[in-house]
Structures are given as C-alpha cells and as structure tokens.
Design a protein around this ligand. Structure first.
Ligand SMILES: Nc1ccn([C@@H]2O[C@H](COP(=O)(O)O)[C@@H](O)[C@H]2O)c(=O)n1
Length: 260
C-alpha cells in the first residue's frame, strides 16, 4: 500500500527502491530513491514545493547521492537540501546559472498552475526560484556508480535537453527514463530541445538487452519494454517521414504523443 505524506506520495517499487511522486501537481513528477548496501541514490528531487529531504530521511540513513536526470525546475526542486549532487557535463552551466532565456515569470507560472492538493504552508510561489549551485561531480555517458551490491549505468540521452540522462540497472532490468519516455506528451519542442537527438536517444535505449520495467519521470509509473518499443517505432516513423524537426507539430500515437 502506498505510504502517504501531505504533499508527496511514496510507493515501494521493490524492497529497496521507492518512487516519491507529486500527484497534486499537473506535472505528476516522480523521483526515485535507490538503496544499496553502502549508499543511496536519489534520482531527481522534484518540484521544490515541499522539501523532499524530509521524506528521504524517513526512508534511509545511508549517505545520499543526488543524480540529476536533467536541469528542468521540476526535477531539481529539493537539490538545495542535499550535499552531493551529480549532473551530466552538458548541463553543469544550467545547474550553476539557469537556462538562458527562460524567464522566472514563465517558470513561476508553470509551477503555480493546476495544483489540486494544498501546498505546504511555508511555500510561496512569489519567492520560488529553481535551484542553482555547483555540482559535486559531473557525469558522462557510460559512467557507472556502485551503491554497494547495486550498480547503476548512466546513459546520455540528449534531445529533451542537452545533458539528459537515463539510468539503467542491468541486474534488475530497470530503466529510469526521466523525460525521454513516459505515457503522455513527450516534449521536444522547446528551443533547448533537439528532435533528431531525441529520436536517436530513444533508439539507443531501445537496444538495451534486458528491461523488466521502465520508471519514468512523469505520469503513469508502471511501464514495460513493449511501451518503449512502441515509442521507438513511432520515432522511426517520424524520422523516415522527415518529421523529426522543430515545428513539425504534435504527433499522436495511441497512449502517447510526441511534440516537436
Ligand atoms: N527551454 C525550456 C525548458 C523548460 N521549460 C519549462 O520547464 C518545464 C520543463 O518540464 P519538463 O517536465 O518537460 O522537464 C516546462 O514547464 C516547460 O514549460 C521551458 O519553458 N523552456
């Protein structure tokens, strides 16, 4: 049964893996806490409406390394509450200085809309600022992290953003897909996105030999390899039709869409 927090919903994926979700916000974003024998990895830290570190501290006493899938405000919200933060080398500058040309008014508008449950009393939209700071370390494609009998592989999957990462646990067959693959509208229309890279990244992860489960950054959580192959087929069709370019529109495929 899911554990409940006023703002976060905590669900156990398996004995030592938790999803920490924000279903009261239109983004319906998920972070994941992975416990090894020596260390814990927290994949993203949510929107920043509530402090995710309070929940994490209830779940583990292990030292926590924060892994950033990408530097969009809804994935870095509680970064400031943790000591060790890692990001792909191509988004180090965004983590330090923000996304050039993205105004705070636009971010606050997106943070504040379509919220369906009460926010914590100490949250103020007028004071909301996305995290900015220096990472502890940088991640490159092919890097690995051993949490103690639990290995993570980092896969650079640019397209949604330049330094976007998927995280793969080969032993369990888990692929944490962040904003590359989820069941909804996949966004690659921002000025900072790249539709061709997005298509190549989907193809890259679809070649992974063993996947038991996809754990996405948004919306429905229980996705399998068949869904990944559907998205991969859709991307191939778009590329073959020359539609893998900015401005080609919203392409609908059953349970998901791709917005270029
Ligand atoms: N160049 C950009 C990048 C992001 N945004 C906004 O940030 C949010 C990103 O959400 P994801 O779930 O797609 O990571 C979203 O609200 C965008 O509007 C942007 O506007 N421009």
């Amino acid at each position: 049964m899911p554990l409940r927090h006023d703002w976060f919903t905590v669900e156990q994926v398996d004995a030592d893996t938790y999803a920490i979700s924000e279903y009261g916000h239109w983004e319906q974003v998920h972070a994941y806490l992975l416990l090894g024998e020596r260390l814990a990895a927290l994949i993203d830290t949510g929107i920043g409406i509530a402090d995710m570190s309070e929940v994490v501290r209830q779940l583990t006493r292990l030292p926590v390394k924060v892994i950033t899938t990408h530097v969009h405000w809804d994935h870095i919200g509680s970064h400031g509450q943790f000591d060790e933060i890692y990001v792909h080398e191509q988004e180090e500058d965004w983590l330090r200085c923000g996304i050039p040309g993205l105004p705070i008014e636009q971010i606050r508008h997106d943070v504040g809309r379509d919220i369906t449950i009460p926010v914590p009393a100490d949250f103020s939209l007028d004071r909301y600022e996305p995290f900015r700071g220096k990472p502890t370390g940088l991640i490159r494609d092919g890097d690995t992290l051993d949490l103690g009998n639990r290995a993570l592989d980092f896969i650079h999957t640019p397209g949604h953003s330049p330094g976007h990462l998927c995280i793969y646990e080969e032993k369990r067959g888990y692929l944490y897909t962040a904003d590359l693959i989820y069941k909804g509208t996949l966004y690659a229309f921002y000025p900072t996105t790249d539709p061709r890279q997005f298509v190549r990244s989907v193809e890259k992860v679809s070649r992974l030999p063993f996947i038991t489960r996809l754990l996405p950054g948004h919306l429905e959580m229980d996705l399998n390899r068949a869904f990944l192959l559907e998205v991969s087929d859709a991307c191939r069709q778009l590329a073959e039709s020359g539609l893998d370019r900015h401005g080609s529109g919203v392409h609908r495929f059953g349970s998901f869409s791709i917005y270029f």
